[in-house]
Design a protein. Structure first.
Length: 461
């Protein structure tokens, strides 16, 4: 039997892991200029250093979630930690640009195994009800902060120790968690199903990888090629649904989509991935290219976003238990919209405390509360046997949303930037974030109707 204090220590360990995984998706953006100066890239360009991680992470998440259900969540979690540590070492010791891109792909694959197993352990450690909601709220908060803290941590580390250390710092964290995991974490697996849906795994993984690849390459590709890749991805998704309907042991049981809470919660999560990574990327480009600030100074300027997200997540956890996730998600999205609107007014002459400080603070507060609400909404109703695949779906929503968000705002900024007004394209890109917020508001609308699935419990309040 797990004591109450041990459960919360286990949660701290799992949240540390989740923070590290999400952080690695964003921290590298600050280091890209330094990496490009030191390494030679012969294929694909330096943009594949962040994109290679996103491609493998987003593409393999659902597969990683089902593997954790079948083989044992703690076992897969520890294996993922060792793979993540090893691939981080390869990244730090990379001797060429191509070697670094390959190592980042391996790191993303390790994260795709690690993230859903960690989140599914959270779900099986805490029973449905207020305790699970609180645990999922804390998990969602650490993910939201991890998505915005990369610039704060990456700038000083890159300038002070070298870009290699943004990867090396993962190794002691992984080893610490590996040592403590057998002591604090219980092993579990989904009951009954011992088969493995090979056809489903191949089709959904291919569909996700093609989709993420299409989005990442869109700014550099022709419209026809991008549309072709998106159509190919859609066809693979359709084939995946047919495979799952006929499978006796499906990779993703389609019954979980009967839950409006899960569907609405994942729409909210997608919107936060789009908005958080998109706004953070645009502000990085605006500060370093339009204003010419250093990586360290940029980290200090953007720190307020991460700090506000922490405060917002704490407030969001308390509010969700009182009014439910839908209202918290709705209000937090509107708050983030106010912050986004302020960012659309930036010029090269704007003082930091005139607009950016307030825009980042308001957006961060909405982000912190909103990611908490999205996590609780999407996972509170999931049965224990499906916790791994539901965790993979929730992680995939945030990660793929982030990849699409960065690609979309990058394309917009490039198309609208002019030599006369460098900030014009960035203002339009900031405005694009409002489209992402509207997707989250649609998710709130889905949550209006309670799930009718008899196998799923209502969200506890």
């Amino acid at each position: 039997m797990v004591t109450d204090s041990k459960r919360w220590l286990a949660l701290a360990l799992l949240c540390l892991t989740g923070f590290m995984i999400i952080l690695d998706a964003s921290i590298v953006l600050v280091a890209v200029p330094s990496i490009e100066r030191e390494l030679t890239f012969s294929t694909g360009g330096v943009q594949w250093v962040p994109s290679g991680y996103a491609l493998m992470f987003g593409g393999l998440l659902l597969l990683g979630g089902r593997i954790s259900d079948l083989l044992g969540r703690r076992r897969v979690f520890i294996t993922g930690l060792l793979l993540f540590a090893g691939s981080s070492l390869l990244c730090g010791f990379a001797w060429s640009g191509d070697a670094l891109v390959l190592a980042r792909g391996l790191q993303g694959a390790a994260a795709a195994v690690l993230a859903p197993s960690a989140l599914s352990i959270v779900m099986t450690t805490f029973p449905s009800g207020p305790d699970r909601n609180k645990a999922l709220g804390i998990w969602g908060a650490t993910s939201g902060v991890g998505g915005t803290a990369g610039s704060l941590i990456g700038g000083p580390v890159t300038d002070g120790l070298g870009w290699q250390w943004i990867f090396f710092i993962n190794v002691p964290v992984c080893l610490l968690v590996v040592v403590l995991a057998p002591v604090l974490l219980l092993d579990s697996r989904g009951p009954g199903r011992r088969g493995f849906d090979v056809a489903g795994a191949v089709t959904v993984t291919a569909a996700l990888i093609v989709l993420v690849y299409a989005v990442i390459e869109a700014p550099e590709s022709s419209a026809a090629r991008t549309v072709l890749l998106v159509l190919l991805s859609a066809a693979l998704f359709a084939l995946f649904v047919l495979v799952e309907k006929r499978s006796s042991a499906p990779l993703v049981p389609l019954r979980i989509f009967h839950s409006r809470a899960l569907v609405g919660g994942n729409l909210i999560t997608i919107s936060w991935g789009l908005a958080a990574f998109g706004l953070n990327f645009v502000y990085t480009q605006y500060a370093q290219l339009a204003l010419g600030v250093s990586a360290v100074r940029y980290g200090l300027m953007s720190a307020v976003l991460a700090a506000a997200a922490v405060v917002g997540s704490i407030i969001g956890q308390h509010l969700v238990t009182r009014v439910g996730p839908r209202l918290v998600a709705f209000v937090s999205l509107l708050i983030a919209g106010v912050g986004t609107t302020l960012m659309t007014r930036l010029t090269v002459d704007s003082g930091y405390f005139e607009l950016a400080f307030w825009g980042l603070t308001i957006f961060g507060a909405g982000l912190g509360a909103g990611t908490v609400a999205g996590s609780i909404a999407s996972l509170s109703t999931v049965a224990g046997e499906d916790s791994g695949v539901a965790s993979g779906l929730q992680n995939a929503s945030f990660q793929i949303g982030g990849a699409i968000g960065v690609a979309a705002v990058s394309a917009v900024a490039t198309a609208w930037t002019t030599p006369v007004d460098l900030a014009h394209g960035y203002r339009i890109a900031f405005a694009t974030v409002w489209i992402f917020i509207v997707i989250g508001l649609a998710g709130c609308g889905v949550l209006l109707t309670r799930s009718r699935s008899p196998r799923l419990e209502p969200v506890a309040s």
